[in-house]
Write a protein that binds this ligand. Structure first.
Ligand SMILES: [Mn+2]
Length: 380
């Protein structure tokens, strides 16, 4: 197709039906002069419009060729990229290597003490599920069952831990509010009996639980005791003389007397609102917790608790403060707040506590690693 560019399209259009040899005899569309003469002689001279459509068809084929070529280049690049990706994935496959971890068979190089935290049982109280959206239901019979669950589950967890670390002693922290009592007139309507009967009943539950531990294990028992705010016989909380008005303080002395001949049991009945116990290198402060002021602020008990601990640490520092009262199990690092056995109640609702199932805390104090293994013992 030589010299095609020299064709004047304007002229071609004018002579579309004429003999091309007349117009451009020498170089029309690349035909040789002799060929043109031959075509003229044989009467097969191509007409301009036929030649144009033939050319357009060729151009369209060429365009299609170009498109195909572009697609092919893109396809080649895609294949190349995918091959690189495949190679890098194949490379990764060979990078995973394992090393061998040797099984540790309880070397007993360290030892631990299990701390069971018992508080906020409220064993004489009724909870009508319909008053708290069906979230909990509680009767003195259910209380008895949950107390039994507390002792059996806690012993199972302690035995399980003792498979890997030497455990000789259980600290059973009795932190108060084992019954609701009648400190406010409306509590008379939600309890099944009077405070004296309630305290005798729960005293027997605790004594039975201690006896269960003695009968089913070889652990020694250290039992720190604190009164809750519900055990008082006064209308208002008394601070310096609280124990003198507390039915729980009285109960602890009866319990200590009951087990006085048992060498494996040691009661530590606090004279004040808090007591300290050193377990290895960890100093623990026990208390009921009602002297911590919490009004349901955003962020929960953490801020008021840390504020109180900061003040108490100025006079007598502790590594860990353990208390109940707030019916919500929290491990705050420097404190452990116990859950409740009664579970979600109108009290929890009124202090805006998060909903949680009835549970009690159990943790280990390790001779080398300090406080670890903070369990939530489900008592339901
Ligand atoms: Mn309380």
């Amino acid at each position: 197709m030589k010299n095609k560019s020299k064709i004047d399209l304007k002229v071609l259009r004018q002579t579309a039906d004429n003999d091309l040899l007349t117009v451009y005899p020498r170089h029309i569309f690349g035909f040789k002069r002799s060929e043109l003469r031959q075509m003229k002689r044989s009467g097969k001279m191509p007409r301009t419009k036929d030649l144009l459509s033939e050319d357009r068809a060729k151009m369209s084929v060429r365009q299609a060729d170009n498109n195909l070529k572009q697609k092919y280049e893109v396809a080649l690049k895609t294949i190349s990229r995918l091959e690189k990706e495949r190679d890098s994935v194949a490379g990764l496959k060979n990078t995973v290597q394992t090393y061998s971890i040797k099984q540790k068979k309880g070397t007993q190089a360290t030892e631990a003490t299990a701390v069971w935290v018992a508080s906020d049982w409220h064993t004489d109280e009724f909870i009508d599920g319909s008053t708290i959206n069906g979230l909990n239901h509680f009767t003195p019979e259910i209380a008895q069952q949950r107390v039994n669950n507390f002792f059996t589950s806690s012993l199972s967890l302690t035995n399980m831990s003792a498979q890997n670390v030497k455990i000789d002693t259980i600290v059973l922290a009795l932190l108060g509010d084992f019954f609701t009592g009648h400190i406010h007139p409306d509590f008379m309507e939600i309890t099944d009996t009077e405070p004296i009967h309630a305290v005798i009943r729960v005293q027997n539950m605790i004594a039975s639980g201690i006896q269960y531990i003695l009968d089913n294990s070889d652990y020694n028992l250290v039992i720190p005791c604190h009164s809750g705010n519900h055990a008082r016989m006064t209308e208002q909380t008394r601070f310096a003389t609280e124990n003198g008005h507390s039915l729980e303080f009285y109960m602890y002395h009866f319990l200590a007397d009951h087990f006085k001949k048992e060498k494996r049991v040691k009661f530590v009945i606090a004279s004040g609102q808090m007591s300290y116990l050193d377990i290895y290198n960890t100093r623990i402060r026990f208390m009921h917790g009602h002297t911590i002021r919490y009004g349901g602020g955003v962020g929960g008990i953490y801020i008021p608790v840390n504020k109180a601990i900061g003040q108490w640490d100025k006079s007598c520092r502790a590594d860990l403060t353990v208390f109940g009262h707030f019916h919500q199990l929290r491990d705050g690092g420097n404190f452990i707040c116990n859950g409740s056995l009664i579970g979600y109640s109108s009290f929890a609702l009124s202090i805006k506590a998060d909903y949680e199932k009835p549970r009690q805390a159990l943790f280990l104090v390790n001779s080398k690693h300090g406080v670890n293994c903070v369990w939530k013992v489900n008592v339901e």
